[in-house]
Design a protein around this ligand. Structure first.
Ligand code: NCD
Length: 326
């Protein structure tokens, strides 16, 4: 059994949600289908269902977050959970022991589910290995490793617009090296049987052995965009860069910025995505971000349904059928 089987119980049901790697297409499709039933909840005037009633969820954000944190909180509220949100600031050297201490103190408060974002890769797995039986952990981004709920909301957005992954060409453009989002997306796109995954970046922003992830690598944006159905733009994660990996932002935009002109190289009905935060004029032209092919704000909204889906599957309920209305 792979070590990632920590995520599934003996019946193959979701117990923790730590990484896309180690999951299977059945779970991924179940998340997407379950999210569909919650999209209708978020469109209602009364937006609550009682699936997490009586459960307490702790949101532990050791790193800054806008979209992820607020959509997790809204998802928890819409599932009727009790919520504890902590903004934990730590120095980079504080690891291991102190994380365990935090966990044990919170466990004493009878928390049922932890949502954790932390600067260290592997921190969510570490938490999951140490929680009591019956307590679940969801990864809201661990270092440069994975960001699985982001990848699933991206898959949901793609499926919403394009239906069948097996005929799609998807391009992921930008700072792949530092991106936990890209890593999770690549695993998810592969599991969902995507026809072609292209990764477009300067060599200095590509991890070693990118090709072995089942993607084709392009160092030329214009070649890479030719005929794609989906374009996913990524931010330059300067806070994670050590040393000079780029000449300048201006030069980066000149070579890798998504302009209106370059967008024409993709299929005419291609969608433009970005996990945020986006930097206008650095990786994407402002008018492309606001243009009619952009689905960037829709991604944010879908984040609520997808996070509701994952949490409800963890407590053993797939959507509204068993949860009922409140
Ligand atoms: C990303 C993250 O934090 O990994 N953003 C997000 O969660 N929506 C990407 C980033 O910070 O660039």
């Amino acid at each position: 059994m792979p070590s990632n089987s920590i995520q599934l119980d003996d019946n193959g049901k979701l117990r923790h949600f730590l990484s896309i790697e180690g999951l299977n297409p059945t779970i991924l499709n179940e998340i997407l289908d379950t999210a569909d039933s919650f999209t209708s909840v978020t469109d209602r005037t009364i937006k609550k269902v009682p699936i997490l009633r009586g459960k307490t969820v702790a949101n532990l954000f050791f790193e800054a977050s806008t979209r992820t944190r607020s959509t997790f909180e809204l998802a928890e509220q819409r599932l009727s959970a009790d919520i504890l949100s902590l903004n934990v600031t730590t120095s980079a050297t504080v690891k291991g022991e102190s994380l365990l201490d935090t966990l044990q103190n919170l466990e004493a408060m009878q928390i049922d589910m932890f949502v954790i974002r932390h600067q260290d890769s592997g921190s969510a797995h570490f938490f999951a290995q140490h929680v009591r039986p019956g307590v679940s952990v969801l990864n809201a981004g661990d270092g440069q490793h994975e960001h699985p709920t982001q990848a699933m909301l991206d898959m949901y957005t793609i499926r919403h617009h394009k239906q069948d992954f097996s005929s799609l060409r998807v391009a992921i453009v930008g700072d792949i090296l530092h991106s936990r989002v890209a890593r999770s997306q690549i695993h998810a796109l592969n599991l969902l049987n995507t026809a072609e995954i292209r990764v477009i970046a300067p060599r200095t922003l590509l991890p070693m052995g990118t090709e072995s992830l089942g993607v084709s690598v392009y160092e030329d944006l214009e070649q890479g965009l030719e005929g794609v159905d989906v374009i996913i733009m990524l931010r330059l994660q300067k806070e994670r860069m050590r040393g000079a990996l780029l000449p300048s932002e201006k030069e980066y935009y000149r070579k890798f910025g998504l302009s209106q002109e370059r967008l024409q190289l993709a299929k005419p009905d291609a969608i433009v995505m970005h996990p945020g935060p986006a930097n206008r004029g650095v990786e994407i032209e402002s008018s492309v971000m606001d243009g009619n092919q952009s689905v960037i704000l829709q991604q944010v909204g879908f984040g609520i349904s997808v996070r509701m889906a994952v949490m409800s599957m963890i407590v053993g309920q797939s959507g509204l059928q068993s949860g009922g209305d409140a």
